[in-house]
Design a protein around this ligand. Structure first.
Ligand code: CA
Length: 541
């Protein structure tokens, strides 16, 4: 009898842990739960990084290992594994971003073909670090052809890591975020972000034919502040005219507001601050003179943004938060990497979207999985700093994109899923003009990729001191187990007892609750089971 009781206790513990792990995406209590619905739209993906929506109702999911998966209108998944991107080596490498090129559909008689662009990072066949932007097209039969031999842009960073990896297409402009090419130090020693002769630590803007827009901020200049290597002296050099904005450490995800043309950048910090920055052409966002609002009196010259050519003041962050490591937190669950988001009304009328939530900026943190929102000023040029709220959690969030159905889609690298957020009232004014909502795919949380810890080579847009030896040309990339674990152990949501909806819930999970925080319930069950077993053992003595 005792043996069976122990087995029951162990089973309860297992189920509790199982359900706790399944709560990989959920809304915060209060208004988010009352007003919104958050559901898995695609599950079972191996580390998705980004999503692009096709006007005909399909979507393309970029997976970190280079695979492109087409989700058809009816929810079927079509895998394109034949496109070979630079190989993974470093934790931050892989296929990092994808964007469609709207208004450029071609039809050669075989059905419409939709042009697209991807960004990837890793090592090439000669073991050299490469960041590549490739063009390609999605065919009517769901095959994707990538022009791998002729990249639109190819960069050869001297170190691994801090690749950036964000893509935004507006008109025939392509915006690209590129990180500062690593080196880990506090205060920072890497000056790349302030050296305007190369693309590292910048937002670039090029035309879709690869040319430089005539109104890029450095086009008219013959000499600017530059440097050969990241720790070399800053001196006058010819500019890289592809540069649009600079002073960024690892701007992994960013957005360009179609209404203001301003950049909204999530700049990943070292181990002190995470930040959202807002600005436009020619802005210097502070690095390495500032990390968030923390000022470093740099030992090298110049010591501040104003000392560079062109001379501009540092643009302070619009919003910043503390990196978990800065407060001695558990880095597998704490904030540690800003993931820039968007204001979810870029496509115009949002069907049924609650009015109070229309003008808010949504963003995330890869480490904690927290999705936060912040109020935005009416002119959309700044935020309302005291108006910040938690919207929910999405494990290992790596991106925010709006669909043609006016839903907000969030990429969950940590749980291998795409999560869709819509208003519960999806029948209001303006809805008739919208494309029919795409039905959610069947949620299959038994998929091994969600649950198997061995599957968790986490994509990490942050970095850690143990990740690599940060020296020029060093090929070593030591995988940090704590980072790897983070993808699976990413947060299960608020533990404050708030009402939550467990959207990753399995149909057959007996511990799904309509109200209450499922993770908290699971935790309670686990504690109960632990004491139960302990009690049995004590009685057995
Ligand atoms: Ca900054």
């Amino acid at each position: 009898v005792k043996q069976s009781q122990i087995r029951v206790a162990i089973a309860v513990t297992f189920v509790a842990g199982f359900c706790s792990r399944l709560a990989l995406a959920q809304l915060a209590g209060g208004e988010p739960t009352r007003l919104f619905e958050m559901r898995n739209w695609v599950v079972g993906l191996d580390q998705p990084t980004d999503i692009a929506f096709v006007p005909d109702g399909r979507a393309i999911l970029a997976l970190r290992d280079g695979e492109l998966v087409v989700r058809t209108r009816d929810g079927a998944l079509h895998h394109n594994a034949g496109n070979t991107y630079p190989k993974l080596r470093h934790l931050e490498s892989g296929l990092l971003g994808i964007a469609m090129i709207p208004d450029a559909v071609v039809d050669n008689g075989m059905g419409p073909e939709y042009p697209l662009v991807t960004i990837s990072a890793g090592i090439d066949n000669n073991n050299k670090e490469k960041i590549r932007i490739n063009t390609g097209r999605l065919l009517a039969n769901n095959e994707i052809f990538i022009q791998l031999a002729r990249p639109l842009l190819e960069l050869s960073p001297r170190t691994a890591g801090h690749y950036g990896g964000g893509l935004v297409v507006q008109g025939d402009d392509l915006y690209v975020s590129i990180g500062d090419s690593s080196i880990l130090a506090t205060p920072p020693t890497n000056r790349n972000a302030s050296c305007l002769n190369h693309p590292y630590g910048k937002i670039l803007r090029i035309k879709l034919d690869g040319s430089v827009p005539a109104d890029n901020p450095l086009v008219g200049m013959t000499e600017v502040s530059g440097c050969d290597g990241p720790t070399d002296p800053i001196q006058m050099m010819p500019p890289d005219r592809r540069i649009f904005a600079w002073g960024l450490r690892n701007p992994w995800r960013f957005w360009v507001d179609p209404m203001t043309k301003l950049l909204w950048i999530g700049d990943v910090g070292e181990r002190t601050r995470e930040e959202i920055s807002i600005g436009g052409a020619g802005h210097h966002f502070g690095y390495p003179f500032f990390e968030g609002g923390v000022s470093y009196d740099q030992a090298f010259s110049p010591r501040k943004c104003e000392g560079l050519m062109p001379s501009v003041s540092c643009t302070p962050p619009a919003f910043e938060w503390t990196n978990g490591r800065a407060i001695g937190g558990d880095r597998t669950i704490e904030d540690r990497a800003a993931i820039g988001g968007l204001i979810p009304d870029e496509t115009g009328t949002l069907c049924g979207w609650p009015p109070d939530w229309k003008g808010r900026y949504f963003f995330g943190d890869f480490g904690s999985g927290l999705i936060r929102t912040v109020g935005v000023a009416p002119d959309r040029r700044s935020i309302v700093s005291d108006d910040v709220s938690t919207f929910g959690t999405v494990a290992g969030v790596t991106g925010f994109r709006m669909g043609f159905d006016n839903a907000l889609y969030v990429v969950s690298n940590g749980s291998g899923s795409i999560v869709r957020v819509i208003s519960r009232d999806h029948t209001g004014a303006g809805c008739t003009a919208l494309p029919a909502p795409i039905d959610a795919a069947v949620v299959d949380v038994m998929d091994a990729s969600v649950l198997d810890p061995s599957d968790a080579a986490a994509l990490s847009p942050m970095d850690s001191a143990t990740e690599e030896v940060a020296s020029i040309g060093n090929d070593a990339a030591v995988v940090d187990a704590a980072v790897v674990d983070a993808a699976v152990d990413a947060p299960a949501g608020d533990s404050d007892g708030a009402v939550g909806t467990m959207v990753s819930s399995p149909g057959g999970c007996s511990c799904q609750l309509d109200r209450g925080t499922t993770s908290g319930f699971a935790f309670g069950l686990a504690v109960f089971a632990m004491f139960f077993v302990r009690g049995l053992r004590r009685r057995g003595r």
